[in-house]
Design a protein around this ligand. Sequence first.
Ligand code: CMC
Length: 431
Amino acid sequence: MADKKDSLSITDNRTGKSYELEVTDGTLRAMDLRQIKVDDNDFGLMSYDPAYKNTASTRSQITFIDGGQGVLRYRGYPIEQLAEQSSFLEVAYLLYNGELPSRSELAEFQHSITHHTMVHENIRELIDAFRYDAHPMGILTSTCGALSTFYPDAKNLDDANVRKLQMQRLIAKMPTIAAYAYRHRRGLPYVYPDNDLSYAGNFLNMLFKMTEVKYQPNPVIEKALDVLFILHADHEQNCSASAMRSVGSSHTDPFSASAAACAALYGPLHGGANEAVVRMLTEIGSKSNIKNYVDKAKKGEVRLMGFGHRVYKNYDPRAKVIKKLAYQVFDEVGKNPLIDLAVELEKIALEDEYFVSRKLYPNVDFYSGLIYQSMGLPMDIFPVLFAIGRTPGWLSQWEEMLTDREQKIARPRQVYFGHGKRDYVPLSERE
Ligand code: CMC
C-alpha cells in the first residue's frame, strides 16, 4: 500500500466499503477505480471527463506548460530563450531527440532536412487536381495522407531509423506542400526548393519567387518566420497532438496520422483561429465598433478569436513574443493597420470583468495572423503556417507514444444513455 501522504481514501457510500488509491505525480490511475464495485456483476467505477478537461492521457517529457503562470518550456528550455537564441530546425531536433544538438549533429540534421524537401512529381499533379480556390489546409491535409502511398516503408514502425526518416521527410516536405498549395491557389507555377537557403528562407522562395534567377529572402521576414515556427513547434497534448497520438496508436503510418493532426488543426477553435482573428478584426473595422463587439462576445453571440485557452489562465507567453515580433516586421514592411485595432481590443477586453473573471487572455493566434498578413500572405494559408511549425511537435509526440510501454490503442469508454433493448419495427408498420 502506498505511503499515506501519497494516497487517497475513498468511501463508496453505495456499499460502505473503503478503498485506498495510490496518488502519483498528482494523479490517480483511472484503472484503480475499476475495483470499486457495487457487486460482482458491476463493471466497476469509471471517470467521466468529456473533452479531457482533467485527464492526463500520457506521461510526457517533451513540453511543460504552467497555465497559471504563463510558462512554456520545450524539454526544459524556456520558450523565450529558444525564440531569441535558437533556430527552428534546432528546436525540431531538440523536441524529437530530447537534447540540443552538437554543432555536427545540427549540421547533419539540417543537411537531411534540406535534402528531403523535394516531393514526387505526382504530388505536384495531385495538388494540381484541386479546384482553383481549394483551401490550402484541405490540400495540406489530403497531401499529407497521400504521402503514405509514396513511402510504404513508413509502415515499419518497429525500426527507430525508419521512424526517424519519416520525421525528416515530413518536416522537410511540409513547406513544399504548403507553398504548392499557395501557388496553386494563385495560378502561379510551382517553385522547386532551393538547397542554398535556410528552412524559412526556402519556404519564402517557394512562396514568392517570380522571374528572378535567384530568390533572396528578406532577412527580417526570414527570421520572423523562423521564430513563429519555433513558437508553434509543440504545445503538449493539444487537439492536433492528441489526434496524432490517438490515430498513431492504431499503428498506422506517420503520414496518415499527420493528416489526422492537420485535420484537427484546421478547426477555428485550434489552428484556424489565426485566420479567424484577422477576419474578426476586419469585420470590427474601427475602434468605435470594439465595445459593441466585446458586448456581443459577452452575450455569447460571438467569441473573441485569439482569446482564451484551455490551459493558459494567464497571458500566453507565445503571444508576448509574437506581439513584439509584429512591430519588428512592421518596421520592415510597413504597419498593418489592424494592429491598432488589435491592441485596443486587447486593452478593452483585459479591463472587462467578463474576461478578467474567466482569465481570458490573448493566445498565440491573436497577433500571428497580423504578421502573416503583412508578409503578403492570404488569410487561408495562416493555419498552414501553424501546421508547418507544429509538425516536429506532432512527430515527437508520436515517437514518445510509440516508445511508451504503457500506451496501447486509444479507445475511450463511454456512458451509454440511449434506449434500452427494443424490437425492430418493420417499415410498413411505422407511422
Ligand atoms: N470569447 C468570449 N468568451 C470566451 C472565449 C472567447 N474567445 N473563450 C472562452 N470564453 C468563455 C466561454 O464562453 C465560457 O464562459 P462561461 O463560463 O460563461 O460559459 C468560459 O469563457 C470558458 O470557456 P470554455 O469554452 O469552457 O473554455 P475551453 O477551455 O473549452 O476553450 C478555447 C478554450 C481556446 C477553445 C476558447 O477559449 C475559444 O474558443 N477561444 C477562441 C478561439 C481561439 O482563439 N482558439 C485558439 C486557441 S490557442 C491556439 C491553439 O492551441 O490552437
